[in-house]
Design a protein around this ligand. Structure first.
Ligand code: PLP
Length: 330
């Protein structure tokens, strides 16, 4: 009997493979070898302005279709990139979509919310809730839809189920083909699903450094658990080693701007013409810079920074003043 490769069961939503580009000027600034620092452009996945969630949604939407779902349901924080992209995927596939957002509806939409308005999913404002409060609100919305006679497919925050994480097993394979000698991939950890998929795909936790952005309280448990489950689902061996997560970069909390993220945005923009965001990719780059400065990343370590997207949040009104501050005050 022929077995089906679990990674082949996906709907095409993303522009793949994403480019892998050298960052020579940033490498020089950080005292790294000329060809040691690269950026994997998952901000260029295409779906409704791109980002890492397109890869996860390819697998999640395939499962939704197999289950005969008519509605995608998910949730996140007010500036969630995942809900924006889930709404786009639903529209593309002719499904309905319900998104649950933490907080209260602002009087004027900005950032991701402008795109959410345009994509027009059903939006449920759930009030101030923590991570697992939003997960519970997603369950609640799903049950309500069932009562209304719909066939919902519920996705956790960030699409962080093992099925969603298969998207990053595939990304790890893609990266290996582009650069067989990668020592370390640095990524933002929100729900931890991207990190888990990468660790499963690379087969070794030591090859991934996740930078906690302050969204999920139990990443240290979730990342290794999800990596193991994802590897099993992909038919791979459990990744070796211990998950590496930097918990020192999120400052006052999720979505709260930090000085070292501001410096990271500045260096990426001025040296590489690369735009990062304050919530995810800026904090991840700040984690990479810190690891280089304290020697965890060496001069010749082959590092790939995973640019996970998030650009729309840069246009959120809450960051308008912060972006005018320049690192070092100049
Ligand atoms: C732009 C961006 N980068 C990184 C992440 C983190 O990915 P994950 O939730 O898989 O940890 C997210 C979502 O949470 C995101 O929207």
């Amino acid at each position: 009997m022929r077995t089906v490769d679990p990674l082949s069961r996906r709907v095409a939503l993303a522009h793949l493979p994403t480019p892998l580009e050298p960052m020579r000027r940033l490498a020089a600034h950080l005292g790294m070898a000329d060809d040691a620092l690269w950026v994997k452009r998952d901000d260029c996945t295409g779906l409704a302005a791109g980002g890492n969630k397109a890869r996860k949604l390819e697998y999640l939407c395939e499962e939704a279709t197999v289950h005969g779902a008519d509605t995608l349901v998910t949730g996140g924080g007010r500036q969630s990139n995942h809900v924006r992209m889930a709404a786009a995927a639903a529209n593309k596939l002719g499904l309905r979509c319900t998104i649950v957002l933490g907080g209260a509806e602002p009087s004027v939409p900005s950032g991701n919310l402008v795109l959410d308005e345009l994509l027009a999913p059903e939006m449920v404002w759930a009030g101030t809730l923590d991570y697992y409060g939003i997960e519970a609100a997603i369950d609640h919305a799903t049950r309500r839809l069932i009562d209304e006679g719909r066939r919902p497919y519920a996705m956790p925050i960030g699409g962080a189920s093992p099925v969603g994480a298969l998207g990053y097993v595939r990304a790890a394979q893609e990266l290996r083909e582009q650069h067989p000698d990668v020592d370390l991939v640095v990524t933002a950890d929100g729900s931890g699903g991207t990190h888990a998929g990468l660790a499963a795909g690379l087969g070794n936790h030591g090859r991934v450094l996740g930078v906690d952005v302050g969204a999920r309280p139990d990443l240290d448990v979730q990342v290794p658990e999800k990596a193991t489950e994802t590897a099993r689902l992909a038919g791979l061996a459990e990744p070796t080693g211990t998950a590496q997560i930097d918990h020192d970069r999120f400052g006052a909390g999720y979505g709260e701007p930090t000085d070292d993220a501001r410096e990271a945005l500045d260096l990426a923009a001025r040296l590489e013409g690369l735009i990062l965001d304050p919530v995810y990719s800026g904090k991840a780059m700040a984690g990479l810079i810190a690891a280089r400065r304290d020697g965890r990343i060496e001069r010749d370590t082959n590092v790939v920074f995973l640019h996970t997207g998030g650009l729309p949040a840069l246009f959120a009104s809450s960051f308008a003043e912060w972006i005018k501050t320049r690192p070092g005050g100049n």
